[in-house]
Design a protein. Sequence first.
Length: 77
Amino acid sequence: MLVDKIYASKLKEGDSHRKSVVKSISWRVLGTLDTIVISWILTGKLTLALSIGSIEIFTKLFLYYAHERFWNIIKWK
């Protein structure tokens, strides 16, 4: 079926760099909000929670993007 062939070819291609960047950013925003809320609950200090969140957003954004690109290299059957 044509739809199956198109879907299969898309799976082989993987995500574009642009899509990986957008996915990385949207995931990090969600993850950082989670980190801030958990930090705030554990410490009771919003400024400390925001500090933790502001640091981890950049480190984990880079790590996620690298992880995503690495997995696009792997040939999976």
